[in-house]
Write a protein that binds this ligand. Structure first.
Ligand SMILES: Cc1cc2nc3c(=O)[nH]c(=O)nc-3n(C[C@H](O)[C@H](O)[C@H](O)COP(=O)(O)OP(=O)(O)OC[C@H]3O[C@@H](n4cnc5c(N)ncnc54)[C@H](O)[C@@H]3O)c2cc1C
Ligand SMILES: NC(=O)C1=CN([C@@H]2O[C@H](COP(=O)(O)OP(=O)(O)OC[C@H]3O[C@@H](n4cnc5c(N)ncnc54)[C@H](OP(=O)(O)O)[C@@H]3O)[C@@H](O)[C@H]2O)C=CC1
Ligand SMILES: CC(C)=CCC[C@@H](C)[C@H]1CC[C@H]2C3=C(CC[C@]12C)[C@@]1(C)CC[C@H](O)C[C@@H]1CC3
Length: 521
């Protein structure tokens, strides 16, 4: 990765080497400058093998329909471990035994090494009920697995966060968002019920009707109220294609105006997304599912030789007329997966070159988990000092100020814009007005291009801005807030009541203890 930042440092990986090359061993030098060699010749094939294994396993299990029969047995195993923890005297709090490198968060959790690890290996689709319009799944079911299971049957979940390896459990205990969130809310809002094993080892079910206090407290609780063992999620019919309209915008004001207008046309636009390529240059996309495509306008973007989606979108910038394309629905859902949004350009800099795409495109992307596992201290340190990965959720009315803040603090483009509705409901995420409100997720991933970037100070300034506009930080990323600041961002009232009711104090850490930067490596 050798893009130049404004301060004259080469962005990302090179900047470390250029700072003090003498300190780096030849191995570190190679790891940083030639990470792509390792990624292309080792991680890509390994990722493929890993996916094929999962593909075969889930396919067989789904066809044999063996998962529903085994579910109770697996839940009993979770209960057994929690009862054993009680029997041993409740000495150390618990967390899931899922290794930190497998998760789609930026860091490895340190607490996995010290807490009592409970194996929650539940990874199957249990039941699709087309009458009730729900799918019942275990928490380790991934988004790739779910879209591939539901789509061929003509169904989908209303919000399908797009990275293939995101899990249902992680998206509920953390949060999930996609371009249909302006209609349906966050991932938690399409969940009908949760089944959990709580601190005393018993199984508790909750929904809007049953144990509703627990139901509303679960999202964003990061596994600190109990272990999730099953979830019922709404399903909606899925059509074959998505009709996508690309609208070019040429100023910040125009971008904010068009983005809000399109979001408010909830009935006309099933999906709304924005990509800003600079403060004044962007493309706003709106889409709807349809059953047929106009001749000559079908673009199967998942094909291995197709350009990265964000580059494709950029090619529409500057065109006066709205452009229309048809994309297969599942391809649309996973449109940013192949380029890991735009992070891949720092890992395989020539990955969008046609020669690379035609020869190796079918193996891309490397799995985020394997990138995390194999990055080593040198690359980790490099990302720590020269990279910024954050999603900030701010009220739509503050979008312009937020984009100006990001421009001033990091100047990273593209910026991802994804609108969502925040319904009136109790829990960690309270709408400040007490009514349903429109928010937008601003996602910035990449190498900052400003002179004064400092990972801690910059992030703290952005966090402070977000708090000042009554926004929220997505907690998969680095959070440098103090506990007090964290409490002022997230409403802990219901959470604290549930911690007491379900006797969580000795059983689980508090959310802050799991998500603050100090708890992560
Ligand atoms: C039943 C099943 C379960 C899976 N479970 C997991 C899992 O738990 N974790 C994980 O990381 N990966 C899992 N995978 C693999 C993962 O979904 C794929 O590697 C990934 O979605 C491929 O995306 P793609 O865009 O490259 O493939 P595409 O080009 O979108 O797909 C190629 C073809 O394979 C089909 N296909 C692709 N993925 C699946 C799928 N998941 N199910 C059914 N058909 C599919 C598509 O419909 C298409 O016809 C599973 C695959 C299958 C078949
Ligand atoms: N489009 C989107 O919406 C995107 C979302 N994300 C974020 O990524 C994260 C999800 O990643 P993923 O790898 O799936 O999940 P993780 O393994 O990162 O899990 C996230 C949290 O959920 C807890 N958790 C997971 N499963 C269970 C369970 N069965 N019972 C109790 N607690 C559980 C984990 O607890 P423990 O620490 O004990 O393991 C952890 O604290 C979320 O934080 C999400 O916000 C990231 C990218 C995109
Ligand atoms: C769409 C939303 C809400 C979020 C997308 C976030 C992702 C772009 C990031 C989540 C975890 C990130 C990691 C990396 C890139 C960006 C994410 C996928 C790396 C793969 C970058 C390379 C490092 O060596 C490992 C990182 C792991 C986490």
């Amino acid at each position: 990765m050798s893009r130049k930042t404004e301060n004259g440092h080469a962005g990302g990986q090179d900047s470390q080497t250029s700072k003090n090359p003498a300190d780096k061993s030849w191995l570190a030098y190679i790891l940083i400058n030639y990470r792509w060699v390792f990624v292309c010749f080792f991680l890509l094939p390994l990722s493929l093998v890993y996916d094929i294994y999962h593909l075969a396993r889930s396919w067989i299990i789904f066809k044999l329909n063996s998962a529903p029969k085994k579910h109770d047995e697996r839940v009993k195993f979770v209960q057994k471990q929690v009862r054993e923890w009680n029997r041993q005297g409740r000495n150390t709090p618990m967390c899931t035994a899922r290794p930190g490198w497998q998760t789609i968060s930026f860091r490895q959790p340190k607490y996995k090494k010290t807490l009592f690890n409970v194996k929650v290996n539940l990874m199957d689709v249990l039941e699709i009920d087309t009458e009730r319009k729900t799918v019942r799944v275990e928490p380790l079911v991934s988004m790739g697995q779910l879209s591939a299971t539901l789509n061929p049957l003509g169904w989908t979940i209303p919000i399908l966060p797009e990275m293939d390896d995101l899990t249902v459990g992680g998206l509920i205990m953390g949060t999930g968002i996609e371009t249909s969130s302006h209609k349906h809310g966050l991932f938690q809002h399409i969940c009908v019920s949760f089944e959990l094993v709580v601190a005393d080892g018993s199984v508790v079910k909750c929904s809007k009707e049953e144990n509703s206090d627990l139901y509303y407290a679960i999202p964003w609780s990061y596994g600190t109220l109990g272990f999730l063992t099953a979830v019922e999620i709404e399903i909606v019919p899925s059509l074959q294609f998505v009709r996508l309209e690309y609208k070019s915008v040429s100023s910040l004001d125009e971008a904010c105006r068009v983005f809000e207008e399109e979001t408010l046309k909830e009935e006309n636009n099933q999906f709304v997304e924005g990509l800003m390529f600079s403060l004044n240059r962007g493309v706003i996309m709106t889409a709807n599912m349809v059953n047929s495509a106009e001749p000559g306008k079908l673009n199967v973007i998942s094909r291995w030789y197709k350009p990265w989606f964000f580059k494709h979108v950029e090619s529409f910038w500057g065109l006066e007329e709205t452009q229309v394309e048809y994309i297969p629905t599942r391809d649309y859902f996973h449109r940013h997966s192949r380029s890991i949004f735009w992070e891949i350009q720092d890992i395989i800099p020539f990955g969008n070159h046609p020669v690379f795409r035609y020869l190796f495109g079918w193996m891309v992307p490397p799995k985020v988990s394997l990138l995390k596992l194999t990055q080593g201290d040198t690359v980790k340190e490099l990302y720590e000092n020269n990279h910024f990965i954050q999603d900030m959720l701010v009220p739509m009315s503050t979008l312009k100020d937020a984009l100006l803040c990001f421009e001033k603090e990091v100047k990273i483009y593209p910026v991802w814009l994804c609108p969502f509705k925040l319904p009136k409901a109790p829990g960690m995420l309270r709408s400040p007005s007490g009514k349903q409100e429109l928010y937008v997720d601003i996602g910035t991933y990449g190498v900052p291009k400003v002179r004064n970037f400092h990972p801690v100070e910059t992030t703290r300034r952005v966090e402070s801005f977000v708090r000042s506009v009554k926004g929220f930080q997505m907690l998969y990323a680095d959070s440098y807030m103090t506990e007090e600041e964290f409490h002022s961002m997230f409403d802990h009232t219901l959470y604290n009541q549930m911690r007491k009711k379900y006797d969580c104090d000795k059983a689980f850490p508090r959310v802050y203890g799991k998500v603050s930067r100090a708890a992560r490596d």
